[in-house]
Design a protein around this ligand. Structure first.
Ligand code: NAD
Ligand code: ZN
Length: 350
């Protein structure tokens, strides 16, 4: 059997290649080596390629989302065995540290957290080594496609946990979602599970607003033409949104969420910010506003897998483009030009 494979390797800002590299092997006794069957690209990978994520160094294989087949496991792996089809999640969990014991796997201090395609080699490859395989993979349920499950490696739990659950979306709420990319759309889909009165999607791209309608937003606002705060106040007797979810990651959209939220409401920040934002405490201090932040923990993945398997959520809608794994560079190009190509999620299949 071949000891090499192909993978997307980061070579410094702006440089990546589909290189031939050594195939991973079991290193720790809790590792699994997984053959990657389907894999996707995240907006965060584009941030990495811009050089925004300093922990990613030359030679790193990118990617933190995959569905695959277990090829080999270490002697300490108990629940996962060769031949199993598994979801490889963006978050790896040691399962034993203080944070993992609180289900805050994203904050794992036992060697997990967001490590794949960040601190260790990732999933944009023919094979990937997955540490702590028992607590970092999920069995693929019967009757669902790899593509659907792949949407739960990152965007599904991110929109749901960091947006909807942190925001405490409740029945009858008016929920404003700023940014209707894959993460914002996932927050819209998750908010709909709670029977909100209105979901208002706010995005500069009309194509993304169209997608937001398909995912369940009943009102769309393009802030280049319309006043989002006035529209949301018009729906809420002048009060503002019960929950404002920030799913862009720039200062102006965080500040917009703080302006959109009603007294007593919640701003749930999901976006990855590369710089500071202004907190208008002079306006907010008297308004009982809660602001939440978070890296996804993926504690909701088992719930979302159940909702998928019982058809309560439709994840296939995220997939707009499909490629063979050998065409990875074309897939990156299509995903990076989302405004022109209309890409939401691109899926590569081995
Ligand atoms: P994306 O780039 O595909 O989507 C962002 C959307 O925001 C786009 O549709 C864009 O048109 C819109 N937008 C840009 N500027 C805007 C503005 N001023 N007003 C309104 N809309 C604007 O990104 P994504 O993949 O959906 O991810 C969204 C954010 O979530 C990113 O910052 C990403 O890094 C972050 N993220 C966070 C976590 C976490 O754990 N917290 C996990 C994954 C991704
Ligand atoms: Zn841990």
């Amino acid at each position: 059997m071949s000891t090499t494979m192909h993978a997307i390797v980061y070579h410094g800002p702006g440089r990546k290649a589909w290189d031939e590299v050594p195939k991973p092997t079991v290193q720790a006794d809790t590792d699994a080596v997984v053959k990657v069957d389907t894999v996707t690209i995240c907006g965060t990978d584009l941030h990495i390629l811009k050089g925004d994520v300093a922990a990613v160094t030359d030679g790193r294989i990118l990617g933190h989302e995959a569905v695959g087949t277990v090829e080999e496991v270490g002697p300490g792996v108990k629940n996962v065995k060769p031949g199993d089809r598994v979801l490889v999640s963006c978050i790896t969990a040691c399962g034993a540290c203080r944070y993992c014991r609180e289900s805050s796997y994203g904050q794992c201090i036992g060697g997990g957290g967001w490590i794949l395609g960040h601190k260790i080699d990732g999933t944009q490859a023919e094979y990937v080594r997955v540490p702590f395989a028992d607590t970092s993979t999920y069995a693929v349920p019967q009757g669902v496609t790899d593509e659907e499950v792949l949407m739960l490696a990152d965007i599904g739990p991110t929109g749901y946990e960091v947006g909807v659950l942190n925001g405490r979306v409740s029945p009858g709420d008016v929920v404003a979602v700023v940014g209707a990319g894959p993460v914002g759309l996932s927050a819209i889909m998750g908010a709909k599970l709670f029977s909100p009165a209105h979901v208002v999607a706010i995005d500069l791209a009309d194509a993304r607003l169209e997608a937001a309608k398909q995912f369940g937003a009943d009102i769309t606002v393009n802030p280049s033409r319309e006043d989002a705060v006035a529209i949301v106040r018009g729906l809420t007797q002048g009060l503002g949104a019960d929950v404002a979810i920030e799913a862009v990651g720039v200062a102006s959209t965080f500040e917009q969420c703080a302006a959109l939220v009603r007294p007593g409401g919640t701003v749930a920040n999901v976006g990855v910010h590369g710089g500071p934002a202004t907190l208008h405490l002079e306006d907010l201090w008297i308004r009982n506003v809660t602001i939440t932040t978070g890296l996804v923990d993926t504690y909701s993945t088992p719930t979302l897998l159940k909702l998928l398997a019982t058809h309560q959520v439709d994840l296939a809608r995220f997939v707009t483009h499909r490629f063979a794994m050998g065409d990875f560079l074309d897939a990156y190009d299509t995903f990076a030009r989302a405004a022109e190509t209309g890409a939401l999620k691109v899926v590569l299949t081995s």
